[in-house]
Design a protein around this ligand. Structure first.
Ligand code: AMP
Ligand code: TRP
Length: 351
C-alpha cells in the first residue's frame, strides 16, 4: 500500500450529454470506484466539451445534465471524501491551458483523431472547437499532473495524443508536465450495442435506437427487455474464445459484473442456451444498477448537498490547476509577473 502523498494521480471525466449507459459504467465509472483508495482521484464533468457541437446545445438542459452526471458519479460510488469531483467550466485554467497547448500541437496530429473524424462526418459544419476537443482534453489531464486516465478503449488515442503534446511542451519550454497513461480494463473496455455487436454502445445511438443500450437509470423491466432482445446467433457457443461477437459481449458484461472467472462462467453456461444466458446477464445488470438508481434518486432530493460537493471540489481542484498553470505561464513568459510584491502607488497611474 503506497503511503499517502505517494499515490499516483488519476483524472477522468464524462461529458454531460445524452444518457449514461452500461458501457460508460463498465469502461469508465466502475474502474474509478474500484481503484478509488489506491490512487488520488479527480473526476470531472466536462461541460466545455459538450459545447463542441453548438447546434445540439440546449443551455438549460446542459446545466441539468451536468448535475445529473455529477449525481451519477456519486451514485456509482465516487466518494467525495476520497476523490475531488468538480465541473470543468468552474475552473477557467482549463481553457487557458488549452490555448497554450494549441500552440504546441500541430493540426496534423488532431486531424488524425478517429473520434474527430467520425463526429465531423455527422455534422453539417465542423467547428474549430470540435477539432480542438482533444487539446482541451489534454489540458484537463495535464493540469493535474495526472499519471493515469481510466477510460474506455475509444479514448486511448486521445491519451496518447496528450502524452505527445506534453513531451513537445517539455522539450520546447522545460519540464512542466507529467506524461499520462491510459488505464483500460483488460475486459470490458469496449462494450458493444445489444442490437449490433459491431457497433460500440454509444450515448447518441442509445438515444435514438431502442434496444441499443441500457441507461444507468433504466428500470429493471427495461433492462430485462433490452437484454432478452439482444442479437445473438444460432451456434449455442458460450466459450469466450469461440463465441460470436454478440454472445462474447454478453459474456464479458457477465464477467465484469459477476466477478467470476472465465472457467467458472464457461462451466456455468455450458449447454444451457442463450435464453438462460440472457436471463442471467439481465440479473447481474439489474443487481448492479438498482442500488445506483436508488442512490441517485436520494442524492437528487437534496440539491444543496450536490452543489456543496461541486463547489468544494472546484476549490480543491483550483489549487492544483493554478500552480500548474502559473508554472507553465512562467516557462513560456506570460501571465502575472513572478514578483507580485511590487508596491504600486494608489490612484491614477496615467501621466
Ligand atoms: P462518452 O460516452 O464518450 O462520454 O464516454 C465516457 C467514458 O465512457 C469514456 O471513458 C469512454 O471511453 C467510456 N465509454 C464510452 N462508451 C463505452 C463503451 N461502449 N464501452 C466501454 N467504455 C465506454
Ligand atoms: N473525451 C472524453 C470522452 O468522450 C471525455 C473527457 C474529456 C475526458 N476530458 C477528459 C476523459 C479527460 C478523461 C480525461 O469520454
Amino acid at each position: 500500500m503506497p503511503e499517502a502523498g505517494n499515490k499516483k494521480q488519476v483524472f477522468s471525466g464524462v461529458q454531460p450529454t445524452g444518457k449514461l449507459h452500461l458501457g460508460n459504467y463498465i469502461g469508465a465509472l466502475s474502474q474509478w470506484v474500484e481503484n478509488q483508495t489506491r490512487y488520488d482521484n479527480i473526476f470531472c464533468i466536462v461541460d466545455l466539451h459538450a459545447l463542441t457541437i453548438a447546434e445540439a446545445v440546449r443551455p438549460a438542459l446542459l446545466r441539468e445534465k451536468t448535475r445529473e452526471v455529477a449525481a451519477l458519479y456519486l451514485a456509482c460510488g465516487v466518494d467525495p471524501e476520497k476523490s475531488i469531483v468538480f465541473v470543468q467550466s468552474h475552473i477557467p485554467a482549463h481553457a487557458e491551458l488549452t490555448w497554450i497547448l494549441n500552440c504546441v500541437t500541430t493540426v496534423g496530429w488532431i486531424e488524425r483523431m478517429t473520434q474527430y473524424k467520425s463526429k465531423a462526418a455527422q455534422v453539417e459544419s465542423v467547428s474549430t472547437g470540435l477539432l480542438d476537443y482533444p487539446v482541451l482534453q489534454a489540458a484537463d489531464i495535464l493540469l493535474y499532473r495526472t499519471d493515469l486516465v481510466p477510460v474506455g478503449e475509444d479514448q486511448k488515442q486521445h491519451i496518447e495524443l496528450t502524452a505527445d503534446i506534453a513531451h513537445r511542451f517539455n522539450r520546447l519550454f522545460g519540464e512542466a508536465f507529467v506524461i499520462p497513461q491510459p488505464l483500460l480494463r483488460a475486459e470490458g473496455a469496449r462494450i458493444m450495442g445489444f442490437d449490433d455487436p459491431m457497433t460500440k454502445m454509444s450515448k447518441s445511438r442509445g438515444e435514438i435506437q431502442k434496444g441499443h443500450a441500457i441507461g444507468l437509470l433504466d428500470s429493471a423491466d427495461t433492462i430485462r427487455e433490452v437484454i432478452l432482445g439482444a442479437v445473438t446467433d444460432s451456434s449455442m457457443e458460450t466459450h469466450f474464445d469461440h463465441a460470436s461477437p454478440a454472445v462474447r459481449n454478453l459474456l464479458t458484461i457477465y464477467e465484469v459484473l459477476s466477478g467470476r472467472t472465465r472457467l467458472e462462467i464457461e462451466a456455468h453456461f455450458e449447454g444451457k442456451g442463450y435464453n438462460y444466458l440472457k436471463r442471467e446477464v439481465a440479473d447481474v445488470v439489474i443487481n448492479r444498477l438498482a442500488p445506483i438508481r436508488n442512490r441517485y434518486l436520494e442524492i437528487n432530493r437534496d440539491r444543496a448537498y450536490l452543489e456543496c460537493i461541486l463547489q468544494r471540489g472546484a476549490e480543491r481542484a483550483w489549487t492544483i490547476a493554478e500552480s500548474t498553470l502559473r508554472h507553465v505561464q512562467e516557462l513560456v513568459g506570460i501571465g502575472p509577473w513572478a514578483s507580485r510584491k511590487t508596491d504600486c502607488p494608489p490612484g491614477n497611474i496615467g501621466r
